[in-house]
Design a protein around this ligand. Structure first.
Ligand SMILES: Nc1ncnc2c1ncn2[C@@H]1O[C@H](COP(=O)(O)OP(=O)(O)OP(=O)(O)O)[C@@H](O)[C@H]1O
Ligand code: SF4
Ligand SMILES: [Mg+2]
Length: 403
């Protein structure tokens, strides 16, 4: 069985270009983005037998200077979103607008020009750096590909970049194996910065690093954002990682965004049952609260993205649905993202029911109505009726200038 990108389809709308719209428009806007990978079978005659619906109708906007965290379990489509918006793939459907330009279908020199402004930092600093190239060679590669500078000027730029990411400019002659994991990731960051990008997709940039190094890389990314006005899509599978760096967080499940809101809001008032479950795995730095918390263990396997469940894709594992007596609506009707409060969108038919439940109260550590936990809560491993004290949740994301 083999996979290939499913051919693109669907119309592309023209861009709005009035001056007011141009001033307010997001740096990146994606609408109904789909990225399917074809599943084919047969050796001599290849037959299309299905699609991996890695991204299946994602809409999201990222403002200039903002950090949006994209979170979800392994395989939910986070990296595919990142790669598709950078146009490393041709989307199956939907629209990608970067700084007012529809880039859904651009190719050739237009695509190269756009790619200069968008870069990626990869998860694994060991695998993503060519072991046969020196640090200087790796960092100057994008300059070479795009024909930017040469000779002395390029060498100086590489030295500047090494210094910018906190490495000794004389380390340019060294090979990746001569650096630690954190230093290698700094080289990856320097490479991403080489062309003065506007948008950086950081795909789990710290997950492969030692915990003691992770904070250094986060601090570096924050510092660079302030210095160069960068915009980040920060991908992680763990909500504790994105908490401090993100202005807003989008939670993904099986190819779709199920909740998107401000970072603080997500931690204080998650309204999708899946977000609540993810949050239950994030420790609260208050021993009194933490000892009473229970992790919500989602039952059932993660369904296949080539054959997602009908209606709400989360219905096979949803603790709230079980609590509500397994309503058919969850199986029959797909929930759309709807605005529950300003800037807080949730794709759940029963999101109102989440507010104030014991599960939500427990994971946030804030007071609520403490709804009694029924059989579903017990099945999910949730302690019943706990109303946690009003406790600060630890440090909140730093205020960040916008625009
Ligand atoms: N090039 C490809 N060809 C076929 N299937 C793919 C391809 N890339 C990704 N997929 C599939 O698409 C789905 C989403 O993958 P993706 O890598 O985007 O998930 P992810 O959320 O980044 O996961 P992880 O946290 O493990 O990195 C998975 O089922 C994956 O197997
Ligand atoms: S729509 Fe139903 S299954 Fe989906 S998250 Fe809401 S309650 Fe759970
Ligand atoms: Mg990934």
């Amino acid at each position: 069985m083999t996979f290939s990108a499913t051919p693109e389809a669907g119309p592309v709308n023209p861009q709005a270009t009035t001056p007011a719209e141009a001033a307010n428009r997001p740096l990146m806007q994606i609408d109904g983005l789909k990225m399917y990978f074809e599943i084919t079978s047969g050796i001599l005659m290849s037959r299309h037998v299905g699609d991996v619906r890695a991204v299946d109708g994602v809409s999201l906007s990222i403002r200039k200077g903002e950090t949006v965290g994209l979170v979800g379990e392994s395989g939910c489509g986070k990296s595919t979103v990142g790669r598709t918006i950078l146009r490393l793939y041709r989307p199956t459907a939907g629209r990608i607008v970067f700084d007012g330009q529809d880039i859904t279908r651009v190719e050739g020199s237009s695509l190269r020009a756009v790619r200069r402004r968008m870069q990626m930092i990869f998860q694994d600093p060991y695998a993503s750096l060519n072991p046969r190239m020196t640090a200087a060679g790796i960092i100057s590669e994008p300059l070479e590909i795009h024909g930017v500078s040469s000779g002395r000027e390029r060498r100086d730029r590489v030295r500047d970049l090494l210094a910018t990411v906190g490495l000794d400019p004389d380390y340019g002659d060294r090979y990746p194996h001569e650096f630690s994991g954190g230093q290698r990731q700094r080289i990856g960051v320097a490479r991403a910065l080489a062309l003065h990008p506007d948008l950086i997709v950081a795909d789990e940039p710290i997950s492969a690093l030692d915990v003691s190094i992770q904070a250094q890389i986060i601090n570096l990314l924050e510092h660079l954002q302030d210095e160069f006005g960068l915009t980040y899509l920060f991908i992680a599978h763990d909500l504790s990682v994105v908490r401090h760096i993100s202005d807003r967080i989008a939670v993904m499940y099986l190819g779709k965004i199920v909740e998107v809101t401000g970072s603080r809001d997500l931690y204080e008032r998650p309204l999708h049952p899946y977000s609540v479950a993810l949050l239950s795995a994030v420790p609260i730095p208050d021993p009194a609260v933490e000892t009473r918390r229970r992790r919500i263990i989602l039952t059932g396997d993660v369904p296949s993205p080539s054959n997602p469940p009908s209606g709400c894709r989360f219905h096979t594992r949803c603790w709230l649905r079980e609590r509500l007596g397994n309503p058919e609506r969850c199986v029959e009707e797909e929930p759309v993202l709807r605005e529950m409060a300003t800037g807080h969108q949730v794709a759940c038919h029963f999101a109102e029911e989440v507010d104030g439940t014991a599960e939500q109260v427990q994971v946030t550590g804030r007071p609520g109505r403490g709804a009694p936990v029924g059989s579903a809560g017990a099945a999910a491993g949730v302690a019943g009726g706990v109303v946690a004290p009003t406790a600060p949740e630890g440090p909140q994301p730093r205020p960040r200038p916008r625009g």
